[in-house]
Design a protein around this ligand. Sequence first.
Ligand SMILES: Cc1cc2nc3c(=O)[nH]c(=O)nc-3n(C[C@H](O)[C@H](O)[C@H](O)COP(=O)(O)O)c2cc1C
Length: 344
Amino acid sequence: MELKYLPQAWKRGTDFLGTRYAILCGAMTWVSESGLVSAISNEGGFGVLAGGNMPPALLAKEIEATRRKTSFPFGVNLITVAPGFRDQIEVVVREKAPFIFFAGSIPSGKDIEHAKSGGAKVICFAPVLSLAKRLIKQGVDALVIEGNEAGGHIGPVATSVLAQEFLLGGSEVPIFVAGGIGTGEMIAQYLNLGAAGAQLGTRFVVAEECVAHPRFKEAFIRANARDAMPTTQFDPMLPTIPVRAIVNEGTRDFNRLQLELLNRVKSGELPREEGQVKLEEFWIGALRRAVVEGDVERGSLMAGQSVAFVRKIQPVREILDELVTAAERKLGDMAKICPQAVAG
Ligand SMILES: Cc1cc2nc3c(=O)[nH]c(=O)nc-3n(C[C@H](O)[C@H](O)[C@H](O)COP(=O)(O)O)c2cc1C
């Protein structure tokens, strides 16, 4: 399909990323390795390696492997609260990764500066406007706003509300929207509000090129939007970041663990910080069991509400084609209704 509207509508995003499409496949722990990342970038999107749980030597190898498989741009995602973060940041700077995404918490000004010293563009997740302004002052080159419809660890606010807060006033840096996006039509709507592009995760889990276990993919295909639920924090004494996943026995395991740790923290047997670390460790192990081993009963099936739009296993090229074609058609429809209102 010849693209008439999209090239202009997402120009800020494609110029920034150096891609044909301003569609990112967000980093997904255990899922986003060199195979999926390079497939996304080779097909015109932007792949992001999930580096947060990788030992530094493996991270270096995965960056090299991705470079061997694609000559197109890709990013590396680091989780600032991960135990190996300090060593991982050294690796991405040394390897001259072109784009570094900081997730988990707000990185320090020093970390941003250090990341940029290797020539990388730095992208952060901005939970509220005031922090976004600080991050931009500290040199961040672009932002991702991720609503709580997304899969994995989530914030409290919906994508539609974040989009209105962040996009309507314009922005000094490109802003990419994530969370609950399953169709090209929705991408067109966010572009029209001023987004530079869109980041999806859940829909790419069932890509043919994705290494996730066939049972993990099957669970996504079977699930409906309402099956992807956030976890609950039982007591602020043991804070936990909500995680959105398809409900299964693993969800109940997490609840049981939370209660057990809470009792131990309350009785003074376990320091609160240790309790928090143990709760977070649950997710890395549980996600691995589901993604790598295919244990869809007790493993974690992290997925966004956009799982509603996952219906079959498809090559990356087909998923991207569907998204791009639908976004272009939607922008065309908008232009017919109100020519002045269409982005670009
Ligand atoms: C299985 C899974 C694992 C994820 N792991 C990470 C991660 O390691 N780091 C991160 O920043 N985001 C992670 N995410 C979030 C995605 O990068 C992406 O922003 C999100 O999936 C977008 O929303 P969607 O699920 O509605 O498409 C994960 C999401 C899923 C579904």
